[in-house]
Ligand binder design. Structure first.
Ligand SMILES: *[C@@H]1O[C@H](CO)[C@@H](O)[C@H](O)[C@H]1NC(C)=O
Ligand SMILES: *[C@@H]1O[C@H](CO)[C@@H](O)[C@H](O)[C@H]1NC(C)=O
Ligand SMILES: *[C@@H]1O[C@H](CO)[C@@H](O)[C@H](O)[C@H]1NC(C)=O
Ligand SMILES: *[C@@H]1O[C@H](CO)[C@@H](O)[C@H](O)[C@H]1NC(C)=O
Length: 429
């Protein structure tokens, strides 16, 4: 009887990965977008994927305010490995580029107050062709735990699409069995979403022998139960069109995926490209604002030695980070598009009788001047209180408005205006 009751309670509540981690969207730095698979240390000693690069970035993160602002994970992506496993079948780093070994690097990163993340691939090879974890999941989980890894990005190249879900679930069990809490970053929807999946159960036996069909989508319940975050869609490259493509995909699929994001488990639209070569200053603010509204992991990928101060200030903007790290963990949504300006909202704290919101206005206009949009909060579904205090996150401005009062926002071409709206509650009550 008791066990039956428990089953009912759990079934209605739903499981979610319970490793106590990532209660707000993970933050950190990862090398891929800026440094890719640059392994030629003779030609580019300061940029190649090596322990020197990661130690230098760890120093910068600790000393220049990134750690203080919340960016607490330093994460190695692909191309750290040697060509082969060692005699015991364990992964090992490239010995010329990581002469001190991964444990020593992990210790160094920890000594800076940071957490240490690493990359492997569920398939037979990593995307860049290094040894994959297929057939070695348990060994690799234990190796990572022994090295003091706090965060694992498990990629999905060189694997069967219909093998991904059970394989990632199995790896999650092995990580759990190590006893070391490790943030688990999954990639299986990024491989399944574009192609669909093979469905071969009682309801769909007819499809068993067929190829993948995009009618069938990744199981987000399984993702939430298995992973702390997961890459949903295509990789980001260093261009504004990639940012807008990702926002388009996230908004088109928001009714299907947003509900699975929350404390401990997050949709991941990929890295921040702020401070690199492809985004203007306004576009950089826009990526930061929209990633905050989507409750996306904030993973920088930029050379912290050479980043210009104005981009650094965007990454370190405490008000934007606060919206992203809001404890409710609600993924914001595209509410409406007015005159080519997308309006996104995200409920945030405080919520004392009526929710507060972050509101992002993203311009898809290119007509060269800051376009003036007239809009009321009620029009955006922000109508649970009569009056709100609105604040502009990037430009100092505070006003009190009623929900039906027109507010004017001026949005620069491909830029953003980010506001917060906090209810002004009737003090008499
Ligand atoms: C280590 O990486 C270098 C390139 O930086 C490569 O030439 C060398 O073969 C690699 N060594 C091993 C043992 O994989
Ligand atoms: C392993 O899973 C159990 C059950 O979900 C959980 O209570 C525990 O905290 C997990 N341990 C680690 C190290 O993730
Ligand atoms: C999705 O995964 C959950 C378990 O995490 C399972 O209960 C459910 O049956 C799966 N749905 C489908 C359609 O396979
Ligand atoms: C980013 O742009 C590249 C080059 O145009 C493209 O191949 C890739 O699919 C794009 N990714 C996204 C997420 O739009």
């Amino acid at each position: 009887m008791l066990s039956l009751l428990l089953i009912v309670v759990f079934a209605s509540r739903g499981f979610a990965l319970d490793n106590g981690l990532a209660l707000t969207p993970p933050m950190g730095w990862m090398h891929w977008q800026r440094f890719r698979c640059l392994i030629d240390c003779d030609a580019y000693p300061d940029e190649c994927i090596s322990e020197n690069l990661f130690k230098t970035m760890a120093d910068k993160m600790a000393e220049e305010g990134y750690l203080g602002a919340g960016y607490d994970h330093l994460i190695i992506d692909d191309c750290w490995m040697g060509e082969h496993r060692d005699a015991q079948g364990r992964l090992q780093p490239n010995s010329t580029r990581f002469p001190s070994g991964i444990k020593a690097l992990s210790d160094y990163v920890h000594s800076k107050g940071l957490k240490f993340g690493i990359y492997s691939d569920y398939g037979t090879k990593t995307c860049a062709g290094y040894p994959g974890s297929h057939g070695h999941l348990e060994t690799d989980a234990q190796t990572f735990a022994d090295w003091g890894v706090d965060y694992l990005k498990l990629d999905g190249c060189y694997a069967d699409l219909d093998d991904l879900e059970p394989g990632y679930i199995q790896m999650g069990k092995y990580l759990n069995q190590t006893g070391r809490p490790i943030v688990y970053s999954c990639s299986w929807p990024a491989y399944q979403e574009p192609k669909g999946i093979k469905v071969c159960n009682q309801s769909y036996t007819v499809l068993c022998n067929q190829t993948y069909t995009s009618l069938f989508q990744p199981n987000y319940t399984a993702l939430r139960d298995t992973c702390n975050l997961w890459r949903n869609w295509d990789d980001i490259d260093d261009t504004w069109s990639n940012v807008t493509n990702i926002l388009k995909w996230f908004s088109e699929n928001q009714d299907r995926i947003a509900e699975f994001s929350g404390p401990g488990h997050w949709n991941d639209p990929d890295m921040l490209i702020i401070g690199n070569f492809g985004l203007s200053y306004e576009q950089s603010k826009a990526q930061m604002a929209l990633w905050a509204i989507m409750a996306a992991p904030l993973i920088m990928s930029v050379d912290l030695r050479t980043i210009e101060p104005k981009f650094r200030d965007i990454l370190l903007n405490r008000e934007v980070i606060k919206i992203n790290q809001d404890a409710l963990g609600i993924q914001g949504r595209l509410i409406t598009t007015i005159k080519k300006i997308d309006v996104w909202t995200k409920p945030i704290l405080p919520n004392e009788g009526a929710p507060s919101y972050a509101v992002g206005f993203l311009s898809n206009r290119v007509d060269g001047y800051p376009y003036r949009l007239n809009v009321t909060l009620a029009q955006l579904g922000i109508n649970q209180a009569e009056k709100y205090k609105i604040q502009d996150v990037f430009d100092p401005m505070t006003r009190e408005v009623s929900q039906n009062e027109t507010i004017f926002v001026r949005v620069k071409p491909t830029g953003v205006v980010l506001l917060t709206a906090t209810p002004i509650l009737d003090k008499q009550k």
